[in-house]
Write a protein that binds this ligand. Structure first.
Ligand SMILES: [Zn+2]
Length: 167
């Protein structure tokens, strides 16, 4: 996996001047370093990680969203398994999102296991618009609240959305 720090620096914790400045400036956080270490250790179990690139993570009280680029050919079930392994290691709900895919696919990865029914832009008479994301209610338990998803989506994609649960 391609990471913003040198693998050697990350492994040893002794940072070269370049890595040191990335950490000091806040471009790479302690949490990023923790997540990158865990991901590097999972490359054998999840070979798709090898060709991917670590971007950053976004965190709410309950959920840690790990943004990677280029997770080619990973199936939905394998991605869910990767989330589960990361949850066990990081002690928090985790969703891995590939930022190199479309907005719709990114949303689908973020809200798993909920199914996305639609992503629509609604235009108002005054010329403003709103992106509405419709997700299917999950029968057994409520994984995310709509408000939680809205704030996660806006933190990850920088887009203000409204989430509607249907079904
Ligand atoms: Zn370095």
């Amino acid at each position: 996996m391609k990471i913003p720090l040198c693998t050697f620096c990350l492994r040893t914790g002794v940072l070269c001047p370049r890595c040191e400045s990335l950490v000091r400036s806040g471009q790479v956080t302690e949490r990023d370093m923790e997540v990158m270490k865990v991901l590097l250790d999972l490359e054998n179990q999840f070979p798709q990680l090898r060709d991917s690139e670590y971007v950053r993570c976004v965190e709410s009280d309950r959920v840690l969203v790990v943004l990677l680029r280029g997770l080619r050919g990973i199936s939905r079930s394998l991605l869910m398994k990767l989330n589960k392994v990361l949850e066990d290691k990081l002690g928090k709900m985790v969703r891995v999102v590939d930022v190199a895919t479309s907005f719709r696919e990114g949303i689908e990865q973020l809200v798993m296991p909920l199914a996305v029914l639609g992503v629509n832009v609604v235009w108002f008479p005054d010329g403003t618009s709103e992106t509405v994301i419709r997700v299917a209610r999950e029968a057994r338990r409520s994984i995310f609240s709509p408000r939680e998803l809205e704030s996660l989506i806006s933190a990850v994609f920088g887009t203000k959305v409204r989430v509607v649960v249907e079904g």
